[in-house]
Design a protein around this ligand. Sequence first.
Ligand code: NAG
Ligand code: NAG
Ligand code: NAG
Length: 450
Amino acid sequence: MRTTRRVLLAVRTLIVFALFAGAVAAEYVRPPPRPIILTEHTEPASHPQQVHVSAVGANQMRVSWVTDDKHVQSVVEYGKVSGNYTASATGDHTSYRYFLYTSGKIHHVTIGPLEPGTVYYYRCGKAGNEFSLRTPPAALPIELAVAGDLGQTEWTASTLAHVSKTEYDMLLVPGDLSYADTQQPLWDTFGRFVQRHASRRPWMVTQGNHEVEAAPVPPLPGSPPPFSAYDARWRMPHQESGSASNLYYSFDAAGGAVHVAMLGSYAGFNSSSDQYRWLARDLAGVDRRATPWLVVLLHAPWYNTNAAHQGEGEAMRTAMERLLYEARVDVVFAGHVHAYERFTRVYNNEANPCGPVYITIGDGGNREGLALNFEKNHKLAPLSVMREASFGHGRLRVVNATAAHWAWDRNDDADSVVRDELWLESLAANAACAPQYGEPGSVDSPNDEL
Ligand SMILES: *[C@@H]1O[C@H](CO)[C@@H](O)[C@H](O)[C@H]1NC(C)=O
Ligand SMILES: *[C@@H]1O[C@H](CO)[C@@H](O)[C@H](O)[C@H]1NC(C)=O
Ligand SMILES: *[C@@H]1O[C@H](CO)[C@@H](O)[C@H](O)[C@H]1NC(C)=O
């Protein structure tokens, strides 16, 4: 096996050299997509699979998992010493049907209160292996890893392996998880594929177009509603953040020093939509003296110079950009375009020192491959600071109330190589950009929730 791989590698290298012989300094060769990894469940039906955790409020975590055995209880036992479970919590369960497919029993159990920055050992449904997780810190610094458009390929495995080698506290995913694309068993293989990582650190996700899984048009009788799989499997703390929909929500990290709003590119977003009203309320509720960092994630980028998905985020940008600008959001992460691109601070298509930094990071490793065509003459190109079509991940390390370090790592096969990095200053610390609440068109009053 190993020899065959070496030979293949040598052949590939030769081809690459041949292709670039004569070309000027081809320093890095864009890798092609790699095969999907189909992860099986080989344990008994009562044993947990697809275990993942997400943060709920200041000191709780939701443990989610699936069992094929419908009799397993939605209970999690946990404690700070391996094998010695000093607490337990009971939650609820759900399941869904998608035409001929019926999901396993999907359990969601919220555990806590938990101590910050602490390793907990836990067991799901009183069966199977023990897992462990580390809770996020209750104060800065905190490290937020970011990777979009994941899928379940060898490249995804490489990206997640690189993330797991860092000291990250949470993973933020700006949409496109499994690429099941209506083939429901691929949601199960994805859940198993990510379990090793997603059972250890909270994964906070929002939806992409691959999560919609709309039924055929016109709908057949008994057609499943959109987001059936996503909503059942990836329940996020929307109720806890005053949102009526799992498609958009927010949460605080590092004891409230960082507020993260996860938006829905595929939910209504115009000014009469529920999402818009929720976001206006949510942002108005952020006191930037206590919360110096404001981060937003969404799927379809508002700023993009890649030929792929041109203009697809435009309607949402037109509807919502002002809300983000007036709240002085520091960074907006998007996915969708399978490449990396970082803009300078922007508002309304122009450089603006009080606007967010826009970063596209839809290069987690999915089966569709990379978006290679950045447009040199795109009207936004002068605002685009760094762009590269490579698989990889990013990390936002929020150091203190004024400084955060951003790094984007590209996957150079087995290695992770930093390709872009910069220090960010919080807009809350920038006197010239003091957040402007209560302006016309933003929100009624910053205090309407209090
Ligand atoms: C389990 O933890 C409890 C509470 O910390 C402790 O009293 C007990 O001795 C532990 N048991 C074992 C077997 O370690
Ligand atoms: C907002 O979107 C909804 C559908 O989500 C639509 O029915 C409504 O007409 C839109 N309103 C405006 C002002 O565009
Ligand atoms: C915040 O961190 C940055 C980077 O390490 C440092 O230069 C700065 O002095 C720190 N600010 C405060 C107020 O500690």
